[in-house]
Write a protein that binds this ligand. Structure first.
Ligand code: ZN
Length: 363
């Protein structure tokens, strides 16, 4: 009897080989969502040490360096290590709605593709900041974007879309699922949408995003931050089922995944296995964040400690996704067992999916 049990468990293990913590640095990995905003080699050095390629995403975010500076840094780092450093460009909303905006934006995107850009990013300013002449929020499914999106579709350029916020942003503080969200929105009531009923609702933003994805069925769509469906693997599964051209990254939302797996480990693990071709590993690691304050929702990087903190952050995620190791996660105040995903699944989420989606574009 015991022998049979041993044979059966060996068979089960053979189908689900897993990595260990010791495998971390040697396995090829790709962080599909970082922001290398500093003109130095620190980010590349730690990526090389830990076995990562990077996709640095330029963003039209007022607290980041100006777009031209972000582009210059990306071009420089790509030239230093073109096999390891990749970047996504973005565009400004200045002049949106004017006759020449579409042509000007398409020319800018083409110029960045000639520099090696592998994708285009749109940020939550579309939906939550920018307004039209009538004072209405401009949503991503606005027909004013059609000319640019048709251009991306024709050139097979992926669009990385950060739309909305974590759902916690629309909940009262005591209903939020993670401490990092709770402390951030306590300190920043101006961004806490629960306090701002005049702003678009979570549901409004998600519906606009869904209409946009449906409107562009041939666009390679990357939903940043788990497509802002971080609160429910069921909701995210429905999104992925509805839009076969969409993939999502995990950037800055791992604690939300951990919160769910602590409630139902089997369900979350099954989600990752079922959607193993649709999930990209990403962190939102940012070198030189605008201020330590702004990091509350993102990886907690203190000035001067980027190398150490990036390494620790990447290793913690590896322990969670690749092994069964238990670690204490402060943001959810819980001991959190890892998912121990099979090596074949880890290889896709950590590398192959990103290489497929963010391939080199024809200049
Ligand atoms: Zn980001």
């Amino acid at each position: 009897m015991l022998a049979w049990v041993l044979v059966l468990s060996a068979v089960a293990r053979a189908g689900t080989t897993t990595y260990t913590d010791e495998d971390f640095a040697r396995v090829r990995k790709f962080d599909a969502h970082v922001h290398a905003n500093a003109d130095d080699r620190v980010f590349l050095d730690v990526a090389r040490q830990d076995g990562f390629e990077l996709l640095s995403i330029n963003v039209d975010y007022p607290d980041f360096p100006p777009l031209a500076v972000q582009a210059r840094i990306a071009h420089t780092l790509q030239a230093v290590d073109p096999a390891r450093f990749h970047f996504a460009t973005t565009f400004s909303m200045q002049g949106f709605g004017r006759a020449d905006w579409t042509d000007r934006t398409n020319r800018l995107i083409d110029a960045e593709i000639r520099h090696g850009a592998r994708a285009v990013k749109v940020w939550k300013n579309i939906g939550m900041v920018e307004k039209d002449a009538a004072g209405r929020f401009i949503m991503l499914d606005d027909p004013g974007f059609d000319g640019v999106m048709a251009h991306l579709e024709a050139r097979h350029v992926p669009l990385i879309a950060h739309q909305g916020e974590p759902k916690n942003c629309w909940l009262p503080l005591d209903a939020m699922t993670t401490e990092n969200d709770r402390s951030y929105f306590r300190d920043h009531p101006e961004y806490h949408m629960y306090l701002h009923p005049e702003m678009p609702s979570y549901e409004t933003l998600m519906a606009a995003r869904d209409r946009f994805v449906a409107r562009h069925p041939h666009l390679s769509f990357v939903g940043a931050h788990m497509a802002s469906l971080e609160w429910s693997v069921d909701a995210l599964a429905t999104f992925l089922d509805d839009y076969p051209q969409a993939v999502v990254d995990l950037a800055a939302r791992m604690t939300q995944v951990q919160y769910q797996s602590n409630a139902d480990h089997d369900k979350v693990r099954a989600f990752f296995i079922k959607y193993q071709d649709r999930i990209l590993y990403g962190t939102d690691l940012t070198e030189e964040p605008p201020s330590a304050d702004e990091r509350a929702q993102n990886p907690p990087i203190r000035p001067g400690e980027f190398r150490r903190e990036a390494d620790a952050f990447w290793r913690s995620d590896w322990t969670y996704l690749a092994t069964a190791g238990v670690q204490h996660v402060d943001a959810i105040e819980a001991d959190t067992p890892g998912l121990a995903l099979p090596t074949t699944v880890i290889d896709k989420i950590y590398y192959r999916n990103a290489k497929r989606v963010f391939r080199r574009l024809e200049p």
